[in-house]
Design a protein around this ligand. Structure first.
Ligand SMILES: N[C@@H](CCC(=O)N[C@@H](CS)C(=O)NCC(=O)O)C(=O)O
Length: 214
């Protein structure tokens, strides 16, 4: 299966983790998001994903975009190990943690949003970085409180097994130091991510492990 990906894309990073956890191989197709390449805007990629965003997969000639849709597709077609707990209530709690990253943090800090703040809105780099850090801090503060209540032993976001919430928190935390976000106030998130990043499925999905990183 082709996975349109970019090493620095945290949304693509989520899907790489999911592929690895399921033990599924993927064929990476690099979409260089950085100017001047900006391959996400080229017609060749827009015919794959009209939104011009990675990740995307192609299944039987059909594109699936949106990391959550891709990851749930993998989970539904390859149920082991499951990414969601059994009870509807627990599933909803896990989804709400994953969506706090996917809907409330990441979209405000995506490349195209930061670029729009720079131009045409004319904000300088310090203002853009302040914007980034503000929304990360808001999201992480909430997730830290939740994880303190739901993590069984500091290895996973919810309970004592891996869930969707783990797949979403790691890439967002990984990006934090690059943008100088202070992660000191989030000891539970730090501990969980340190544990998860040491797992082979996560390590192989990390940006520095991707071929285009070198
Ligand atoms: N909600 C989407 C977000 C996808 C997304 O924003 N991808 C970013 C990379 S992390 C992207 O392709 N950005 C290109 C751009 O901003 O021009 C998902 O979860 O897949």
């Amino acid at each position: 299966m082709k996975l349109y990906t970019y090493f620095r894309s945290s949304a693509a990073y989520r899907t790489r983790i999911a592929f690895n956890l399921k033990g599924l191989a993927f064929e990476p197709v690099t979409v260089d998001l950085r100017a001047p390449a900006s391959e996400q805007h080229k017609p060749s990629f827009r015919t794959i994903n009209p939104h011009g965003l990675v990740p995307a997969i192609v299944v039987d000639g059909i594109t699936i975009s949106q990391s959550l849709a891709i990851i749930e597709y993998l989970d539904e077609t390859h149920p082991e190990p499951p990414f969601l707990p059994r009870s509807p209530l627990d599933r909803a709690r896990v989804r709400s943690m994953a969506l706090a990253v996917a809907c409330d943090i990441h979209p405000l800090n995506n490349l195209r949003v930061l670029n729009y703040l720079r131009s045409p809105l004319g904000h300088d780099e310090e203002t853009v970085n302040t914007w980034y850090r503000h929304w990360v801090a808001q999201g992480f503060a909430g997730l830290e409180k939740l994880a303190q209540q739901t993590s069984a032993d500091g290895r996973f976001m919810f309970g004592a097994t891996l869930t969707l919430a783990d797949i979403f928190i790691v890439p967002q935390m990984y990006n934090a130091p690059r943008l100088k976000c202070d992660v000191e106030p989030y000891p539970t998130l730090r501990k969980i991510c340190a544990h998860l990043e040491s797992q082979p499925a996560f390590a192989r999905a990390a940006p520095e492990a991707q071929p285009e990183a070198s």
